[in-house]
Design a protein around this ligand. Structure first.
Ligand code: PEP
Length: 249
């Protein structure tokens, strides 16, 4: 049985008191036990998030991480720093990191290596732009994102990888891939991973969908065979919406 996951990416939202309030609302409302629930607050609130969530089954994860161990990288955060406050999982390759901060597949391959070398789990994001889909390049683009950042890994490494397919045209836009479009791409991703690493790896890896998932559309997307959960942006900022999405899985 593949692990089912709903992860909330809070992006650059919620100061300290808002973080505490949202986490307390989640503590009060999350009851589903078969879903691994993750939340990704801003770096500065990670430590307090662990304090608030102590004893509760909601994992605190990071939104990003630098690839180097330490040094003169002003404003950056290392794997060791994240681990020292309790973080075990990091989101890498989010489309906003790629678009606004110039993160390339090659850079992401380095970040992946650093996270794995630090025994951290990775939620690896990728997905095509609207032009790629319109041009019919979406499958080859997704395959190249996967191969450039992840195909140098070995079979064992995949125990630490969760994939998050996020078509860029659906992130924060209100546009959602149809359940059929999501399933078609997730099945392609699973096949691509299986061809390279074997069917055991392909069948075991959890593949999340991300892109304007809301309480109203979560159940039909999650019902698809190769969709193992969601990476949620906007709807993760309201406890009731996030919990409704968790309960739809
Ligand atoms: C995201 O940022 O990963 C995301 C899927 O955002 P939204 O749910 O707001 O589209």
């Amino acid at each position: 049985m593949r692990r089912k996951i709903v992860a909330g990416n809070w992006k650059m939202n919620n100061d300290l008191s808002e973080t505490e309030a949202l986490l307390n609302d989640l503590i009060a409302q999350v009851s589903n036990t078969h879903v691994s629930v993750m939340v990704a607050p801003a770096y500065v609130n990670l430590f307090q998030a662990f304090t608030v969530l102590k004893g509760h089954d909601i994992e605190v994860v990071a939104q990003n991480m630098h690839q180097e161990a330490n040094g003169a990288y002003t404003g950056e955060i290392s794997a060791q720093m994240l681990k020292s406050v309790g973080v075990k999982t990091v989101i890498l390759g989010h489309s906003e990191r790629r678009a606004y901060f110039g993160e390339t597949d090659e850079l992401l391959a380095k970040k992946v290596n650093t996270a794995l070398a630090n025994d951290m789990e990775i939620v690896f994001c990728f997905g095509e732009e609207l032009e790629d889909r319109k041009a019919g390049n979406h499958f080859s683009l997704v395959k190249s994102q996967l191969s450039n950042a992840l195909f140098h890994l070995n079979t064992e490494d995949w125990k630490g990888i969760v994939l998050a397919y996020e078509p860029v045209w659906a992130i924060g836009t209100g546009e959602t891939a149809s359940p059929e479009q999501a399933q078609e791409m997730h099945a392609f991703i699973r096949k691509t991973v299986s061809e390279k690493f074997g069917s055991e790896v392909g069948n075991e890896v959890s593949i999340l969908y991300g892109g304007s998932v809301k309480p109203a559309n979560a159940a039909e997307i999650f019902a698809k065979e190769d969709v193992d959960g969601g990476l949620i942006g906007g709807a993760a900022l309201k406890a009731a919406d996030f919990v409704a999405i968790i309960n739809a899985l």
